[in-house]
Design a protein around this ligand. Structure first.
Ligand SMILES: NC(=O)c1ccc[n+]([C@@H]2O[C@H](COP(=O)([O-])OP(=O)(O)OC[C@H]3O[C@@H](n4cnc5c(N)ncnc54)[C@H](O)[C@@H]3O)[C@@H](O)[C@H]2O)c1
Length: 338
């Protein structure tokens, strides 16, 4: 039985990943470390409770003593690191905690992993040779793109983070890169586009649209609504992580994206159209759309070129935005109409 440390799994992506990974790999025991900040919710993991291969520990990735204890106690043989402060708006109001969690937390985890797995740079302890550190990151590290559709983020795009969130994630990517280059620890990094799907925190765009629509409240859209994101269904991201964790080349980074570019206006329009059909009210939900003051430094466009992951590791997104959004809305209808 191999013990793998997963961090931040009470959040959106991690809590979609854990049940998928537990089911697919019966020889893994998953040790889940999460501080349960405002963004973490244990209900997201309720389906795993009682599974003897699932263990939850509430704690901070910056707490070195705790992280060392976990590595010793469970003899951790792999790390998939999701934990982060993840909301750009919060990073504009309060950047300090982003640096603390995203940079110092990643440093603490990889440094403890290095010391647990290797005796000196590039020398793995006997039996630990396959231990790998997988860092989950974002396409926001690359900054913003022009509106030219052929302009896409590749793994070679220079980093140019624009928000405190993306700057802290870019810094954490650099720490992970440095530990591979300097100490020879086996690392992989995945940079993914915007995720959507079940279990996302209420503060994020898609849950906010659905919740406000159902409550008959104004649906806030930043600026002119023309900012473009590349949307990926969360389970497709989980499958991409699985693929890179198991078959990615050491020291490499892989972009994950669904080739589903949408403006925020297109997103809100699609959701309102589906809600109009599923739970009609007198007027269309579109009448609730309200433009609000734009986010400071709001990046205009993100779009991923996922060719490397598709060609080298054979990953493909299973959902298009049109199929994934229906599943997503059905999940939130159950949540918000309870
Ligand atoms: N959501 C997206 O669209 C997206 C896209 C690309 C990459 N990512 C990256 O994926 C990862 C997960 O994102 P998410 O959307 O699930 O985030 P989330 O905010 O939903 O969840 C983050 C989790 O981390 C935990 N956490 C925060 N600080 C911690 C600490 N100091 N110690 C331990 N746990 C802590 C929280 O309690 C929460 O459960 C992040 O690293 C994020 O940068 C997210």
């Amino acid at each position: 039985m191999k013990h793998i440390l997963l961090t931040g799994t009470a959040g959106f992506i991690g809590s979609n990943f854990v049940p998928y990974f537990l089911k697919k790999y019966p020889d893994y025991t998953l040790i889940n470390l999460d501080l349960l900040t405002y963004a973490g919710n244990l209900e997201n993991l309720s389906e795993c409770v009682g599974n003897p291969r699932y263990k939850f520990i509430q704690g901070d990735i910056c707490n070195r003593e705790l992280v060392e204890f976990i590595f010793r106690e469970y003899d951790i043989r792999g790390v998939i690191h999701f934990a982060a402060e993840s909301h750009v708006d919060n990073s504009i109001k309060n950047p300090g905690v982003f640096v603390e969690t995203n940079v110092n937390g990643t440093y603490t985890l990889i440094d403890v992993a290095y010391k647990h797995w290797l005796t000196k740079p590039s020398l793995y302890k006997k039996g630990y040779e396959t231990c790998r550190f997988h860092h989950i990151s974002t396409d926001e590290v690359y900054g913003t793109l022009s509106l030219d559709p052929s302009d896409l983020f590749t793994e070679k795009t220079p980093y140019a983070p624009n928000s405190p969130y993306s700057a802290s994630k870019a810094s954490s990517d650099m720490i992970v890169r440095a530990y591979h280059e300097t100490y020879g620890i086996d690392t992989v990094i995945t940079n993914c586009s915007n995720n959507y799907g079940p279990k996302q925190h209420d503060e994020k765009l898609i849950p906010t649209i659905i919740r406000n629509a159902l409550a008959g409240r104004p649906i806030p859209i930043y600026g002119d609504g023309k900012n473009i994101r590349d949307w990926l269904y969360v389970l497709d991201h989980c499958k991409g992580i699985d693929s890179v964790y198991h078959t990615g080349k050491t020291g490499e980074t892989y972009n994950i994206g669904g080739r589903n570019e949408r403006t925020n206006l297109q997103i809100v329009d699609s959701i309102c159209t589906i809600l109009d059909a599923k739970v009609p009210m007198e007027k269309s939900y579109k009448t609730l759309i309200t433009f609000v003051e734009d986010r400071a430094g709001h990046d205009r466009r993100y779009a991923i070129d996922a060719t490397k992951l598709e060609r080298e590791l054979g990953w493909r997104a299973d959902e298009t935005f049109d199929t994934g959004i229906v599943k997503t809305i059905e999940w939130y209808l159950k949540k918000y109409q309870k």
